[in-house]
Write a protein that binds this ligand. Structure first.
Ligand code: A3P
Length: 321
């Protein structure tokens, strides 16, 4: 197992040179097109390792999303729901001192790169940004559950642009919002095209609706409790009537809220990453958490450019277009 993973890594550079390549969002790294999706090379290595070696179990639960769609929030909620009995005393809750990304590992970022591709920690969760059609075969065939969170493409775009500018070293230039918009609309963004990512899961759900839960960032932000309840039911940890009466649902929603998490020392001052070379400040994952923040950044023309693609791609699918 270990040897074959090693082999994958040795041939990776060579393999990379065979893929279509585009200037990425930062001058520091190009994007590579693999199976219809644009990848950062570091994570692509993990995607391929996962495809080759990861064996999903029917009890695994995958938290899936395109970047900047609410992954951090979903991880916090899933973690808090499943561990709520163990940490009923909130004063010692791990989320107070641990960034949600460190509570639930990423398939291509953590698990595959650490050569433990078939191992999930104590919790049944793994998160991934891999689009449905590129998921390791065993995830599809074993019938395990999948939660997908998505968000208005305009807010996801603005969020990604800010994120990239946050993580780009101060002395390096990064692209303008206008340039980023063009790339995003052409599909060139990390794990993009954004719309195809959403559609890959949306279309797969039609075939097996019982194994997939769709969460909408905007709905959750307006009114978190119904989604927290749905999530708990779906992942097999429903709230009892007593818990509901005691306000446990509300407590979990509050604990995982943007306002609470973004104000914690660990999320203001800590760093995390699959390896120290790509460690990112935790605060980069907590920016504004607002619905419609695009309005502060995009001209009406830019918003229309994005809406046009959304109409083309999502029109008639049942997704908000
Ligand atoms: P903004 O940049 O619009 O603020 P991801 O976790 O997929 O990387 O997405 C990051 C986006 O989710 C950022 O959006 C971030 O602020 C927001 N976010 C992070 N934690 C959140 C939470 N607990 N509740 C709501 N939004 C959250």
């Amino acid at each position: 197992e270990e040897q074959s993973l090693q082999k994958t890594h040795q041939s990776f550079e060579e393999f990379l040179s065979t893929l279509p390549r585009q200037c990425g969002w930062t001058p520091l790294v190009d994007c590579y097109l693999y199976q219809g999706c644009w990848h950062h090379p570091f994570f692509l290595r993990g995607v391929i390792a996962a495809q080759q070696h990861f064996e999903a179990q029917p009890t695994d639960i995958f938290l899936c999303s395109a970047p900047k769609s609410g992954t951090t929030w979903l991880k916090a909620l899933a973690f808090a729901i499943v561990t709520r009995k163990k940490y009923s005393d909130l004063s010692s809750h791990p989320l107070l001192s641990t960034m949600p990304h460190q509570c639930i590992p990423s398939l291509e970022g953590d698990v595959a790169s650490k050569e433990h591709a078939d191992q999930i920690a104590e919790l049944p969760f793994l998160a991934t940004h891999i689009p449905y059609h590129s998921l390791p075969k065993s995830i599809i065939s074993c019938g395990c559950k999948i939660v997908y969170i998505f968000r208005d493409p305009k807010d996801a775009f603005v969020s990604m642009w800010h994120f990239v500018s946050r993580i780009t070293p101060k002395d390096a230039t990064y692209i303008s919002l206008e340039e980023a918009l063009e790339l995003f609309c052409e599909g060139v963004s990390f794990y993009g095209p954004y719309w195809d990512h959403v559609l890959s899961f949306w279309n797969a759900r039609k075939e097996a609706p019982q194994r997939m839960l769709f969460l909408v960032y905007e709905e959750m932000r307006k009114e978190p409790l119904p989604s927290v309840k749905n999530l708990a039911d779906f992942i097999g940890h429903p709230f009892s009537v007593e818990e509901e009466n005691e306000g446990v649902l509300q407590k979990i929603a509050d604990l995982c809220s943007f306002e609470y998490l973004s104000d914690l020392d660990v999320n203001k001052n800590g760093k995390n990453g699959p390896n120290p070379a790509v460690a990112i400040e935790n605060s980069a994952f907590f920016r504004k958490g607002k619905i419609g923040d695009w309005q502060s950044h995009l001209t009406p023309e830019m918003a229309e450019r994005l809406d046009q693609v959304t109409r083309e791609k999502f029109g008639g699918t049942g997704l908000p277009s």
